[in-house]
Structure formats: C-alpha cells, structure tokens
Ligand binder design. Structure first.
Ligand code: HEC
Ligand code: HEC
Length: 331
C-alpha cells in the first residue's frame, strides 16, 4: 500500500515535470548523430526478428560442436569483441586476426578486417560455417525441431528455419548493434557537463594536432576505408590484408579503419590485437607507426605528448554508448 502510494507520487511528479518542461534535465533525450540505418528492402527490421536474431546469436546449437555461439567471441560487455589477442574457432584452430567489435556494422559497405565480404549476409554465412564449424542445413533442421524456435520463424518468415532466413535474422540483429547517443554526442548537442574538460581538449587534439579525423572522421569515426599503418612490419609472414582481395600494391597489409565509437570497451586493439590498452593504441597511431615500406604516407608522427595522448584517450572514452543488454532466454 505504502509502496504503491510512493510510486504514484513519483509518477505524478514526473507528469508535473513533463508538463513544465523540466523532464529534459532529469532524463536527456537520446541524441542521434548517425543517419537512419538502411535496411535491405527484402529484409526489413521488426522487433520480433531482432529478438529472434538475438537468441540465435547467443545459441551454441548454431555450431558444429554444439558448444560455441557467435557470442563466444562477440560479447556485449566487451564492445562485441572477446578481449583476446586471437580466438579459437569451433574446430580448435586459432584465428589469424583479432576479433573485431561489431558496433555499427550495419553502416559498413564491406566486412572483415580486409573487406573481403561484399555483403553482411555473406559475412554471416562465412562466420557460421568457418567460426562455428556449422552445416547450416543441419542446424536449420535442429532449430525446426524446437517448438519455441519453429513458432518464431513461422511468425517472422511464414516458414520454418532455413539456412537463408537464419542468416537474414542474424543480419537484422547485427544491424541493431548501434553505438550512438554517447556523452560526446550529448556534449555536442549542448548538454552541460556531459564530458570532462580533458575529453574536450582531447577532441581538439584528435581533430587538430593528431590529424586523426583524416581517417576516423565523424559521425562514425572510421568506416570502410583501408590503410597499411605499419603493423605487419618485421613479421616473418606478413598478413597481406586488403591486397588479398583486390591485388592493389598500395593495399599490401592494409586493414579496415575501425569505428572508434565505443572503442574503450573492446581492448586489445588492431587487426593483430597487438595494442593491449587504448592508450597503447593511441600512442602507436600518434607515433606514426612502424617504418614499413608499404605504410600509408598519411600516417606521420604527430609530436603529441603523453599528457596529450591521455586527453585523446579521455575523448575516445566519451564516445561509448550505454544502451542496455539483457541476455535472452533460449527456447
Ligand atoms: C571463434 C571466434 C568467433 C566466433 C565464434 C564468431 N566470430 Fe565473428 N569474427 C571473428 C573474427 C576473428 C573476425 C575477423 C576475421 C577477419 O577479419 O578476417 C570476425 C568478424 C566478424 C564480423 C565482421 C566485422 C567487421 O567489422 O567487418 C561480423 C559481422 C561477425 N564476425 C559476426 C559474427 C557472427 C554473426 C557470428 C556467429 C555466426 C560470429 N561472428 C562468430 C571471430 C569470431
Ligand atoms: C591513415 C589513416 C589513419 C590515421 C591518420 C589514424 N588512424 Fe587510427 N586506425 C587506422 C586504421 C587503418 C586502423 C586499423 C589498422 C589495423 O588494425 O591494421 C586504425 C586503428 C585505430 C585504433 C584501434 C581501434 C580498434 O578497434 O582496434 C585506434 C584506437 C585508433 N586507430 C586511434 C587513432 C588516433 C587517436 C589517431 C590520431 C592520433 C589515429 N587513429 C589516426 C587508420 C588511421
């Protein structure tokens, strides 16, 4: 009784606050800096489809062994990465590249560190077969044997699970992994006190002395462009990176420029996981990279001091989104 009265009072206060326009102060409106995401015409997003995709993403029944799910390498609390240098696939073999974060993958034009997948659907099919060691037809049959899955597939696709609609459902879920409405976005929208003084100084260095925006430009702070930043220099078997895809000499050991939205959550960094912390990664970029003959001429030493590097790190930390994640129950 008492509790209910308090709850009613709180609700009444909120109504009053709304009516007087004060609600803005207590709960700031979501700020969207990213344009609306374009969904393919043949795979529009619905809440039911995204909810089903979330279950598939976390379900080990999608793998050959029954032990690994997409989430085994892409965790929400690790910025959709796995905090490992390199991860093991379902067949026990080690990946040769570090697991990337998945935030804002729906905005990319090509996928993977080297951009070899021209569509998100092809990327997912490859991950399902390669990382999860799955036979998609077999998994689809397994899912159709689970009442709770079959009914959801019928509701969403008007048919049971098929390899194609599993991929499309996962794609709809991945397109929902948007990092936006960060403290920095709210600062830019005029919210006082949204970020620290160091973050503000860091952004000025990021765009100015650090020349970081040449490649990591807002609103994505990175997307589908490729550069060799020197990381393969001196390795016995250098990873050819983007060169494997387009055979262009200037793309030798070039890799995708990752988005820096929510980057603070997904250590370690780079395609080889070679930077353990965000500060290590920024320090490497600020130093101009290793002297690889194929390194892009755009990346040059910046002369940023350690204190300035700390300020850039403070700015990058302010680019994290804070949307909720609830682990789904599996049928
Ligand atoms: C064993 C670890 C592992 C598992 C399991 C795994 N991935 Fe990945 N994922 C990776 C690695 C490593 C890469 C980068 C490979 C490369 O670029 O060559 C990657 C890349 C991706 C990308 C590309 C991101 C980008 O920025 O281009 C997407 C999307 C993705 N995975 C989704 C999935 C989905 C969906 C599943 C489940 C079907 C899955 N992954 C399962 C390790 C994993
Ligand atoms: C020439 C274009 C270019 C410039 C200039 C540049 N970057 Fe990058 N950045 C990249 C590329 C490409 C990668 C990924 C390379 C790889 O892993 O092989 C990257 C990776 C990173 C990463 C790691 C992200 C992750 O998820 O692994 C951070 C952090 C970063 N850059 C910050 C900065 C900062 C800070 C500056 C300015 C001091 C800067 N970059 C300047 C192209 C650039």
């Amino acid at each position: 009784m008492k509790l209910r009265a308090v709850a009613c009072l709180a609700a009444a206060c909120m109504l009053v606050a709304c009516a007087s326009g004060d609600a803005v102060k207590t709960r700031p409106a979501a700020i969207s800096k990213l344009p609306p995401l374009q969904h393919p015409v043949d795979n529009p997003s619905t809440p039911e489809k995204v909810a089903l995709g979330k279950q598939l993403f976390t379900d080990p029944r999608l793998s050959g062994s029954g032990k690994l799910s997409c989430q085994s390498c892409h965790y929400r609390h690790l910025g959709w990465g796995d905090a490992l240098l390199l991860s093991r696939k379902d067949d026990g073999k080690l990946n040769t590249r570090h697991t990337p974060a998945l935030y804002n993958v729906g905005y990319q034009h090509v996928w993977y560190w080297d951009g070899r997948a021209p569509t998100l659907d092809l990327q997912i099919l490859a991950a399902w077969r390669g990382q999860l060691g799955a036979d998609p037809a077999k998994v689809a049959a397994t899912l159709n044997g689970v009442d709770g899955y079959r009914s959801q597939f019928v509701a969403v696709w008007r048919t049971g699970a098929t390899p194609d609609n599993v991929v499309e459902t996962l794609a709809a879920f991945l397109r929902s992994l948007v990092s936006d409405n960060s403290p920095w976005d709210r600062h830019e929208a005029g919210e006082a006190g949204a970020v620290s003084v160091d973050a503000i100084a860091g952004e000025a260095l990021f765009a100015g002395k650090g020349r970081c925006t040449t490649c990591h430009s807002p609103p994505y702070y990175g997307n589908s462009t490729f550069f060799n930043i020197g990381l393969e220099h001196g390795k016995t078997n250098p990873d050819p990176g983007r060169y494997n895809v387009n055979k262009l000499d200037e793309n030798r050991s070039a890799f995708k420029t990752p988005t820096l939205r929510s980057v603070a959550q997904s250590a370690p960094y780079f395609h080889d996981g070679s930077a353990a912390t965000l500060k290590d990664a920024v320090r490497y970029m600020a130093g101009g990279g290793k002297p690889d003959p194929d390194k892009t001429p755009i990346l040059q030493p910046t002369g940023l001091s350690e204190a300035e590097i700390d300020q850039i790190v403070a700015f990058l930390k302010s680019l994290s989104s804070t949307e909720a994640w609830v682990q789904p129950a599996l049928p």
